[in-house]
Design a protein. Structure first.
Length: 461
């Protein structure tokens, strides 16, 4: 006899628990006021369910905690570095690896080494720190997302793809010399956590090699992307996540990664590449700001945890659970009549706040308004992915609207159970039923770069 359960269970058991912040509505209102209506400014102890980000917020495994006990804290030539480096090389196949404390440092090192003020960096969609690190060099970050990726409710399997025809047109129009590198974010966080197909990676690689332009992958969710390829792309159903991942990286010349995502750890990242000249430039920039090339801002025990995490993340049982947990939350929210980016991505559910709160114009930031309201009613912390985060500007310096006004519910890895997801879905449904209570916002303070982290707002009555 064969038993097939209708209920999906977590592929792990809980060994340690942490209390979470159960607060009253009055306490949340006071905390929100003190935070200037910006959920980034809240104290974590005042948050019940924290879906602000999946970056470094997940639970580590018993094997990771055990590995940390043998961390080698040598300043140079640490044994832990070579273990970390070996795991990265196994996955990516790249010749050189520099450890960094997180992904934005890898981006800063790379872009400061290779970009000039008139450079253009194409991508499917640059996320916030990537765009900021490009623009801090005086260069231009250009998003070339396929058309279906700009339609939140459209069902399509690979909405994170880059528009290959637009990429080639850009190269012909501005000249190869102005494009030092092409980036591809997998999965495409700024586009709703949507995956990139193997065919698209291959086609972008072919264009880059045709014109002699290096091709880099922003790899923070590479394993989730590989699992989407296994599920959705012809010819990959029988391949392992590791085999798919290795093929993905074979089309690139290098990668940056925030390993706080699919590294299953709380801190860490890397910059990897094949180019002998670029690695020397990057090493010379790394040492003054991150540390020596065999620790790069990380303790030995961090690299031990990351080496284990980069192996665990490719477990097929884990990846099925991960994608299915996100899809479960997305379906619950859809069932409540709330528009989301479809199909759900790997790490988050993206609510179409612009459509849900159609009475709030884009320049009153509906995603940020919804984030404040969700915290006030339910203690849930989330993140706007829209005009505030992208910080796009018109030539006169005024705000330009983002392609979509989204609210991201990013799910930390191996941390929350199905009942937590049910609670979140109930709160979102309540917000939709009472959407006329939600007003727009205006800035009372905004930094010139990455303003969403420290901004302050007031309600528009």
């Amino acid at each position: 006899m064969s038993f097939t359960a209708r209920t999906e269970i977590e592929p792990f058991r809980i060994k340690s628990v942490e209390p979470i912040g159960i607060t009253s509505p009055a306490q949340r209102q006071a905390a929100l006021k003190e935070a200037g209506l910006n959920i980034f400014n809240l104290k974590a102890e005042d948050v019940l369910i924290d879906l602000l980000t999946d970056s470094g917020t997940g639970a580590m495994s018993a094997a990771q905690w055990s590995a940390m006990m043998i961390g080698d804290e040598s300043y140079a030539g640490s044994r832990s570095f070579y273990k970390y480096e070996g795991q990265i090389k196994k996955i990516t196949g790249f010749k050189y690896v520099l450890p960094t404390h997180q992904g934005r440092s890898a981006e800063n090192i790379l872009f400061s080494a290779i970009l000039k003020p008139d450079s253009i960096v194409p991508s499917n969609t640059h996320f916030d720190t990537t765009r900021a690190n490009v623009e801090l060099q005086g260069a231009e970050a250009d998003d070339l997302l396929v058309a279906e990726g700009k339609q939140p409710m459209l069902e399509a399997p690979f909405k994170g793809n880059m528009d290959v025809a637009r990429l080639e047109d850009l190269i012909k129009r501005v000249g190869r010399e102005r494009i030092p590198v092409v980036m591809m974010t997998v999965t495409n966080n700024g586009g709703g956590g949507q995956p990139v197909s193997m065919a698209n990676l291959r086609e972008v690689s072919q264009v880059c090699r045709k014109y002699g332009i290096p091709f880099f992958i922003d790899a923070c969710r590479f394993a989730e992307n590989a699992m989407f390829i296994k599920r959705r792309e012809a010819g990959y159903a029988d391949k392992s996540p590791l085999e798919i991942t290795q093929e993905m990286f074979s089309y690139a010349d290098g990668a940056t990664m925030s390993a706080k995502k699919d590294g299953l750890a709380n801190i860490g990242g890397f910059l990897a590449m094949n180019d002998d000249h670029w690695i020397e430039l990057c090493r010379n920039r790394m040492i003054p700001i991150e540390g020596f090339v065999t620790y790069g801002g990380l303790a030995g025990y961090d690299m031990e945890a990351l080496a284990v995490g980069l192996e665990e993340v490719l477990d097929e049982n884990y990846l099925n659970y991960r994608l299915n947990q996100t899809a479960y939350l997305g379906q619950k929210i859809l069932d409540a009549g709330v528009p989301i980016v479809r199909p759900t991505g790997g790490h988050a559910v993206f609510i179409d706040a612009g459509a849900m709160l159609s009475h709030i114009p884009w320049n009153q930031y509906p995603g940020t308004a919804l984030s404040a309201y969700l915290y006030e009613i339910a203690g849930i912390r989330s993140c706007e992915i829209g005009t505030v985060l992208f910080g796009l500007k018109n030539p006169d310096g005024s705000d330009a609207p983002a392609p979509n006004e989204l609210l991201r519910l990013a799910i930390p890895r191996r941390m929350y159970t199905r009942s937590h997801m049910d609670y979140v879905a109930e709160a979102v449904a309540y917000a939709a039923e009472h959407k006329n209570e939600i007003h727009g916002l205006r800035f009372t303070y905004a930094a010139p770069v990455l303003r969403h982290f420290t901004a302050r707002y007031e309600w528009i009555s």
